[in-house]
Ligand binder design. Structure first.
Ligand SMILES: [Zn+2]
Length: 155
């Protein structure tokens, strides 16, 4: 029969070798309790900047990755469709009869200027979308790489 001791936190009987009480969940191993429950300032700051990094640093890899991904995807699915819908809306504005009429009244030189301006804004929009996509991919890759590295350090 295995020897037991009283848990100093809930007074239930637990195995002498137990590092964690099965009744109240307290860490019985002093070192473990300090490292698992001490507030980690760096983790909190990291978590505020990149959601999930704090959890990952504290060893909750799965939780960190899922909350980071959830928030990243949240941004992606709200901002990117918003931009796409906005671009479509701008196209509709351009096809508005009033604007068409105004364009018809333009001199050829004015029309050329208008065309050049539109091409430029189109370019800027494409670049903006690309930049957003790159930021998203870099964030996700960063979180995953950080998770892998932290996981190895913790082992
Ligand atoms: Zn206990």
């Amino acid at each position: 029969m295995a020897s037991t001791v009283k848990c100093p936190f809930c007074a239930e009987e637990v195995l002498k070798e137990a590092k964690k009480c099965k009744h109240c969940g307290e860490f019985l191993d002093e070192q473990l309790r300090v490292s698992r429950t001490a507030p980690d300032g760096t983790a909190a700051v990291l978590d505020a900047i990149v959601p999930g990094l704090g959890d990952i640093k504290q060893g909750n890899i799965g939780k960190g990755i899922s909350s980071g991904l959830a928030i990243g995807l949240g941004y992606f699915f709200f901002i990117v469709p918003g931009i796409i819908l906005h671009l479509r809306h701008l196209k509709q504005v351009r096809n508005n009869p009033l604007i068409q009429a105004r364009r018809a009244a333009m001199t050829p030189a004015q029309k050329e200027g208008e065309k050049a301006r539109q091409a430029q804004t189109q370019n800027q929009k494409v670049r903006l979308l690309l930049a957003l996509l790159i930021i998203l991919v870099v964030t996700i890759v960063g979180i995953v790489v950080f998770a892998i590295l932290t996981n190895q350090v913790l082992r």
